[in-house]
Design a protein around this ligand. Structure first.
Ligand SMILES: CC(C)(COP(=O)(O)OP(=O)(O)OC[C@H]1O[C@@H](n2cnc3c(N)ncnc32)[C@H](O)[C@@H]1OP(=O)(O)O)[C@@H](O)C(=O)NCCC(=O)NCCS
Length: 155
């Protein structure tokens, strides 16, 4: 398996994985996520590919895209509360449902860490939905720790 940055011809396969994530999010948080996989969500991957602050990473298993991640370079200026922030955020992440528990997710994270270190980043971040306990178990196994929470109250 090769982990590499995506080419334009990979993006249809990446969208199949994005559809899996969207379906999972719709099932877990239907009040927030739009069901189906609208054209705008499908086409958003092309905007991501063109965005100089973003990168798409893919896991290529003998020519088949079986995992992907979207990276986003975030910079936030200093404000009265906080110092300036500059970090690499993992925006989207998925391994094909037929290829899970084979170490592909960890291989993606290893590639992202190496890329981030080589490019001078000192922090990786991501956010996730609380219902997705499988993802939490994975991210913790990969070495991430929780440093912030979002809370809600239904009214
Ligand atoms: C979360 C996800 C990316 C994990 O990918 P993966 O390739 O299956 O992960 P790995 O095989 O590298 O797993 C590494 C370790 O993480 C942990 N882990 C992974 N999936 C897990 C699960 N479903 N439940 C509990 N622990 C899990 C285990 O410790 C695992 O090691 P092990 O298999 O030796 O026990 C994958 O399940 C996925 O794409 N899920 C749907 C999309 C999603 O939730 N994306 C993230 C939030 S947007």
């Amino acid at each position: 398996m090769i982990i590499r940055f995506a080419e334009r011809e990979d993006l249809a396969a990446v969208n199949e994985l994005r559809r899996q994530v969207n379906d999972l999010h719709v099932a877990g948080k239907p009040d927030v996520f739009k069901p189906g996989f609208e054209d705008s969500l499908r086409d958003y991957i092309f905007e991501i590919q063109e965005d100089p602050r973003k990168k798409i990473v893919v896991a290529d298993l003998d020519g088949r895209i079986c995992g992907f991640a979207v990276l986003n370079h975030i910079t936030r200026p200093e404000n009265p509360f906080m110092f300036e922030r500059d970090y690499l955020d993992i925006d989207e992440f998925c391994v094909d449902r037929n290829c899970r528990r084979q170490g592909i997710g960890l291989a993606l994270i290893r590639f992202i860490r190496t890329y981030a270190k080589e490019n001078g980043f000192t922090r990786l971040e991501l956010n996730m939905w609380e219902f997705n306990q499988d993802a939490l178990a994975f991210y913790e196994a990969a070495g991430f720790t929780t440093y912030r929470r979002y809370m809600e109250m239904s009214l």
